[in-house]
Ligand binder design. Structure first.
Ligand SMILES: [Fe+2]
Ligand SMILES: [Fe+2]
Length: 178
């Protein structure tokens, strides 16, 4: 498998989750009410899976190695754009968490903000995936030898191996400090 393999497999699960959110939005918009626990689960998926685990491998390993290469202007600009996309998704998720907190506390008007943030993510993220799958990943592959690509893949597996421990250590730490 090439290094981009696991990243593209992760894109498929992210797309599935986005479809779940999309279907949920269709239902809740009529009722003008949403289950805040569903939002918690969506946020956990976005933060731990899509951001920390998936963007983590992209930014901390693949983009790090690409910075050592002489990228074409076009590829460099696209990499910057992808990083901006990651930042935008983090900011939208933060706004979603805050709106969900207000909604949970009884502020019914916050429903609109929760739904708007979810809608933003559902509309924006597939475009980000498409840029990577169709344009950036194939372009990036050319800068790496087969050995470098396999080294990156091995680093991806090691990165993933640590994730579950990182997540639950963080949860215990959060409760222990309360
Ligand atoms: Fe990305
Ligand atoms: Fe990605």
């Amino acid at each position: 498998m090439q290094a981009r393999g696991p990243l593209m497999i992760e894109h498929r699960l992210i797309e599935e989750m986005l479809n779940v959110i999309k279907r949920t939005l269709e239902h809740v918009e009529q009722a003008q009410a949403i289950d805040p626990y569903f939002v918690d689960t969506a946020v956990d998926f976005i933060r731990v899976y899509a951001d920390r685990t998936h963007h983590g491998k992209e930014e901390d390993i693949m983009f790090r190695d690409l910075r050592k290469k002489q990228l074409s202007k076009e590829d460099r600009l696209l990499m910057d754009e992808l990083i901006e996309d990651h930042i935008f998704s983090r900011a939208t998720t933060r706004a979603l968490v805050e709106a969900n907190m207000r909604y949970r506390e009884g502020n019914k008007a916050a429903f609109g903000e929760v739904a708007a943030c979810l809608k933003t993510l559902v509309e924006f993220y597939p475009k980000h995936i498409k840029k990577e799958d169709d344009v950036f990943f194939p372009a990036a592959r050319i800068y790496f030898s087969d050995i470098e690509d396999q080294a990156m893949l091995n680093e991806f597996w090691e990165f993933d191996r640590k994730m579950i421990h990182e997540k639950y250590k963080a949860i215990v730490k959060e409760f222990a400090e309360k």
